[in-house]
Write a protein that binds this ligand. Sequence first.
Ligand SMILES: [Fe+2]
Length: 390
Amino acid sequence: MEALASSLKQLMSARQPMVLHRKAGIFPSSWAFDLSLAATQRSLAAVPGARMRLYGNGQELPLTEDLLPQPADQHLAGWLDRVQLRQPGLILNNVQCLRPEVWRWVRQLLGGVFAGGMPAGGCSLEVFTGRYRESFFGLHKDDQDVVTFVLEGTKIFYVWPFEVFSALAPGLQPLGNHGLPDVDWRQHLDLALRLEARPGDIVYWPAEAWHIAAADDPDLLTTTLGLGFFRGGNPAQLCADAVAAALADGDIPELPPFFRDAIPQGVAEILNFLGQPSVRERTEDQLLSWLTGYGFTTLPEPVEPSEVPARFHAVARGGISSLPRESQRVVGACGRLFRIPEHPFLLDLLNSLASGATLHRNAWQHDEVGPEVVDWILTELLSVDAIEAA
Ligand SMILES: [Fe+2]
């Protein structure tokens, strides 16, 4: 799969839209139904970043139980046959928060793409499924490079260079978000690149590109999984946002009047300081290290418990890193983030793993930390192949 990662990296570097034929093909398309069910059954308000939108009969529809996928439907086609909507479609955002194994599948397939670190704005995974003739948003562009895995049906993407429509959006930056729903894109096909893709194919277009997804036969089910690389993110801006949020929350209490008066000027100086290239680079380095070069900014759900080997050692390519956060500790490894209690014994365990030494499970007991906590942490690390039996 390194050849695939290398092809994608070249395309991303050249900003060149393209279809890579028959490069995937192992993604179980039934997962899209599982993800739809998971989104239906969970309270999405409790899943950071997760979002579901349903379209049909020419409009966005309310997420009512009778219209959403149910277990008895058994597959996406069964759901669509039951609900009988005209041109139905379902969009799920940030599905890695619903099922971490989807991210694991992408990471295994494209691991090399992330070897140099994650994009500054993070990544997300989206499912698009339905029987519809074209994208619900009309002609638009996003703030992310998109890698789309076609899981089901034949998809056609028309892609235009930024310059073709930029005059219609004055002030829009090449990495910005914008929609042109009133533009009849069919009138501009002579300037478009047509990318046709079938299950197993991977499609890439850069954030700069205007695009629309279409289907030749709107009666056939199409399902895609999109991986977004957010190029426009700026960790310095994240820090500035954090400073502004702290000020708004009154986290800087009881300042003498002189400093209170000086805060607006101080904030401006902090923002300037954070925006300097050297500071920005360091901030990005820290974030990349924290996220171990793969990760997402939201914490996935805990994994199911499994057997912990008697002897194990770390094999995480990007290392196992951790940071104290809100009286707990956030651990990052191979694209997974999870919180553990802040305790010197557990920090010692993480540091020992980071050393590469082979550890014996029985040697890691502590009166204040239950064995179930140690086993749970090791299970999390096993689930992303950050450690393995020795
Ligand atoms: Fe898009």
